[in-house]
Ligand binder design. Structure first.
Ligand code: COI
Length: 332
């Protein structure tokens, strides 16, 4: 059996090598290159493909995989929004993801960024670096005094809820699906509007779908409390960036922590050498603000998560090749 793993980064390679040692019956070929029209030919002769990338898995790539007789594509991440579902189905390609490599990694980072915003630590870091050791005017707020509105209560949302509760915050949540335990606790509100109206902090944990594209737009911001905090470690497309900038300018939004950004592909996880050379003016507008924390989609990026992404995706691909089954199959 042969599996080709695309887009293998230096931090993933030791985990892939270890998996390969532990699975001597599998021939593992890996490349740092991403899976696209220029590299897809390297998959010829493989039984399965393992990948992670944010650029699209296009119809032409999937058609090529289909023409090589490859039926199994295993992603090392959660989101499947960049897979051309029609082309995958047309070619009979089954797709697996890694739904839970470490929900805690993302939840912990989300709350870390919120605490930095509330305690004004970026401002104090800047002041200290400039020799200004005064307190005022940067007085902080306490999370235990706030209501956090969690949008979507999948694994990551639930991990975040546990941490928010640990801080003593009041938590409310919105989701179409109600988790039985959270339901018992009476955490759910009926509509997104109710969440917007009641929350001091909005913590987004939803996947990207057609329905929730730009869900935080001018109308949504208008329904929120003045001085709300926005956290988006989920998908950039959930937030209308222009609307967010307006809401920051007006003071409607007191602060935002954005680990995702709608135009992040090709920008995040790249080194441009200097701030000025970052090729996105809107992103730089956000990055320049002390009350906005932009991070380059790193909430997931821990040793445990990276190990699990590699192991679970390789296990899923092997299982599909051997049995045609995997508990990580995705409905596209
Ligand atoms: C995902 O797993 O879908 C993520 O958003 C993390 C990714 C950058 C590896």
């Amino acid at each position: 059996m042969k599996i080709i793993a695309y887009g293998i980064r230096a931090d993933e390679k030791p985990f892939l090598d270890k998996w390969s040692e532990e699975n001597p019956t599998v021939e593992v070929v890996s490349t740092a290159e991403l899976l696209d029209e220029n590299t897809v030919d390297q998959a010829k002769g493989a039984d399965g493909v393992v990948t992670y990338q944010q650029k699209p898995y296009t119809a032409s790539v999937l058609d090529k995989l289909g023409s090589f007789g490859i039926k199994y594509l295993s992603l090392r991440n959660v989101g499947v929004d960049n897979v051309d579902a029609t082309a995958a189905k047309r070619n009979g390609i089954q797709v697996t993801n890694v739904p839970a490599y470490s929900p805690q990694a993302i939840a912990e980072f989300t709350v870390t960024q919120l605490m930095r915003l509330l305690r004004r630590t970026p401002t104090f870091d800047n002041k200290m670096a400039n020799g200004d050791l005064r307190w005022a005017p940067d007085i902080a707020e306490e999370l235990n005094q706030m209501t956090v509105g969690v949008y979507a209560t999948g694994r990551i949302g639930r991990a975040a809820i546990q941490i928010y509760k640990g801080f003593g915050a009041k938590v409310i949540a919105y989701d179409i699906y109600h988790n039985p335990q959270l339901e018992k606790e009476g955490i759910y509100v009926e509509t997104p509007d109710e969440l917007y109206a009641k929350a001091d902090v909005i913590s987004l944990h939803a996947p990207a779908t057609k329905e929730n594209e730009h869900m935080l737009n001018d109308e949504a911001f208008a329904k929120m409390k003045d001085g709300v905090y926005i956290l988006n470690p989920a998908r950039g497309i959930l937030v209308d960036t222009d609307a967010l900038i307006k809401a920051l300018d007006s003071g409607k939004v007191a602060g935002a922590a954005l680990d995702t950004y709608e135009d992040e592909v090709g920008v995040f996880n790249n080194n441009f050498g200097s701030f000025d050379k970052i090729p996105d003016e809107r992103l730089k507008n956000l990055m320049k603000r002390e009350n906005v924390l932009v991070s380059p989609h790193i909430a997931f990026y821990t040793k445990r998560a990276v190990r699990n992404m590699v192991y679970y995706a390789m296990d899923a691909n092997k299982s599909l090749i051997e049995t045609g089954q995997s508990d990580k199959l995705v409905e596209l």
